[in-house]
Ligand binder design. Structure first.
Ligand SMILES: Nc1ncnc2c1ncn2[C@@H]1O[C@H](COP(=O)(O)OP(=O)(O)OP(=O)(O)O)[C@@H](O)[C@H]1O
Length: 232
């Protein structure tokens, strides 16, 4: 299963997005600064925007899901349990996974942004589509909740997962790194070889490289844990 971007061009006012490449099975991180075009590419991948030229072609992908940047944009039901059912899932399982047991009868808009983020991420991961596109899945989360979101994503196992994020501290284990800056998508390649050329790498990775660490010896999970401990 794979998704090919074939000479993709999308223009909106002064902003133009360009991208080519193949997203194969595994976890891909598309990192880059605010306003670089990540959400726009996520919408193109989900088929919610049409490119001016070029194409997004899915091969062997029978289900796809985009988790939107703002979790409240997913809400369609008056209760949390109803919301989970609208994803075709059993509330008990999802609420346990999202650490929201006992909140099934609550209005989804009474959850905090972070709780809502956990809920929608749990729904998306448990629905388990072939192609899962996550737009900024770590925003509004504290360090511990970001770590839990990372584990949820890592546990997914199969399929194509594409994470769009400007997060530079807490990240899941990924297979490939891409960067999106000023509308241009650049493939950095597979981890660990991609790490030295990753321009938006977390500061602790840059530090480790400067200190002489070899990319293959840097374990993101260890660095993430160390960072969480430092920040409490
Ligand atoms: N609906 C829209 N109409 C006009 N311009 C838009 C629209 N949405 C985004 N843009 C512009 O397109 C460019 C890319 O925006 P996009 O949201 O894709 O970036 P991003 O990398 O996801 O940013 P962030 O990290 O802040 O979410 C920006 O210059 C933005 O202002």
């Amino acid at each position: 299963m794979r998704v090919d971007l074939e000479g993709l061009v999308f223009a909106r006012g002064p902003f133009t997005l360009r991208g080519s490449g193949t997203f194969g099975e595994g976890v891909h991180l598309v990192s880059g600064p605010v306003g670089g075009g990540k959400s726009t590419l996520a919408l193109l991948l989900a088929g919610l925007l049409r490119p001016e030229s070029g194409a997004v072609r899915r091969h062997g992908v029978s289900s796809a899901l985009l988790l939107l940047q703002f979790p409240e944009h997913h809400i369609t039901c008056p209760t949390v349990a109803g919301e989970v059912r609208s994803w075709g899932l059993a509330p008990e399982d999802v609420l346990l996974r999202a650490d929201l047991l006992g909140r099934g009868d609550d209005d989804p808009f009474h959850l905090s942004r972070g709780e809502l983020r956990r809920l929608t991420l749990a729904c998306a991961v448990m629905q388990n589509p072939d192609l899962l596109v996550l737009d900024e899945p770590f925003s509004s989360l504290d360090c511990v909740a970001k770590g839990e979101a990372c584990w949820m994503i890592e546990e997914r196992g199969a399929g194509i997962t594409i994470i769009f994020s400007h997060e530079r501290a807490v990240l899941p284990r990924v297979d490939a790194i891409w960067e999106m800056e000023d509308g241009v998508l650049t493939a950095r390649g597979s981890v660990p070889d991609a790490i030295p050329s990753w321009r938006h790498a977390p500061p602790y990775l840059r530090y480790a490289l400067r200190e002489g660490a070899r990319p293959e010896n840097i374990r993101l999970s260890d660095a993430r844990e160390a960072l969480c401990r430092i920040r409490g």
